[in-house]
Design a protein around this ligand. Structure first.
Ligand code: SAM
Length: 236
């Protein structure tokens, strides 16, 4: 699977899911690749971005702490892995990690950044996180990769992934804060053709109400400057 594009079988998804996913791919694989590469590196960033970076570091740690303490031998999917930071940390804790992202550019960066100490524990592929060809996992993590999807689509992602998950899936959503709700309304006002993916703020209870299978638990929110994110745990 090393970096090759995988689309074994079309995942069962809605038209809205595909529209969002295509917009996310265009954004991260083109418009935002360089910005994202810098934000996820050690290169200095300005004030607001520094607070976002600090919040994301805190969230990465919270996700790791929400998984079992002993990850040796566990098979973990990093769904929407971006440039790979979380995948590397999980592999360093002994997990066998598959990182998948819809952006081939970000997967290329993740491959280049793979520390040699964990190279045998992590593999990357570009494609859809819902592709059944990725296989079965003990745990799945999705840090800030489902933040652009509607509650229906998030419930659909969880339902699609459930048969391939034996432990837990820890993922994040944008919380319904007044600031994020205002950004979301502004984003909706932009002409359709100009829209970059817009985060959709969610209430965990509303997502839970849409689940056809499994259970959802609210873990905790993290706020750091302009970074707001709410970690949730899904068990199938
Ligand atoms: C905000 S970035 C977060 C990346 C990484 N998880 C991190 O925290 O650094 C969101 C990522 O999710 C990926 N993504 C969104 N929807 C996806 C999908 N359906 N399948 C695979 N990747 C997806 C995007 O390409 C992007 O790299």
């Amino acid at each position: 699977m090393d970096g090759t594009r995988i689309y074994s079988e079309r995942p069962k998804t809605s038209g809205a899911y595909m529209t969002t996913r295509n917009r996310v791919e265009a954004y991260f694989d083109g418009t935002a690749t360089k910005t994202w590469e810098r934000l996820t590196s050690d290169a200095p960033v300005s004030g607001i971005r520094a607070t976002v970076r600090a919040g994301r570091d805190e969230m990465r740690q919270l996700i790791i702490d929400s998984l079992p303490g002993d990850l040796r031998g566990a098979r973990i999917l990093d769904a929407g892995c971006g440039t790979g930071a979380l995948a590397f940390e999980l592999a360093a804790r002994g997990a066998d990690v598959v990182g998948v992202d819809i952006s081939p550019q970000l997967i290329g960066i993740a491959q280049k950044r793979t520390p040699s100490a964990v190279a045998h524990k992590v593999s990357f592929a570009s494609g859809d996180m819902l592709d059944p060809a990725l296989g079965h996992f003990d745990h799945i993590v999705a840090m800030d990769s489902m933040i652009y999807y509607t509650a229906d689509d998030i419930a659909g992602i969880l339902g699609g992934i459930a048969p391939r998950l034996s432990g837990k899936m820890v993922f994040t959503v944008a919380p319904r804060t007044p600031l994020l709700m205002a950004f979301w309304r502004l984003g909706k006002l932009a002409p359709k053709k100009d829209r970059s993916p817009v985060m959709i703020p969610h209430s965990p209870a509303l997502i839970a109400a849409k689940l056809e299978t499994g259970r959802l638990r609210d873990i905790r929110r993290i706020k750091s400057g302009f970074y707001f994110s709410n970690a949730l745990e899904f068990t199938a």
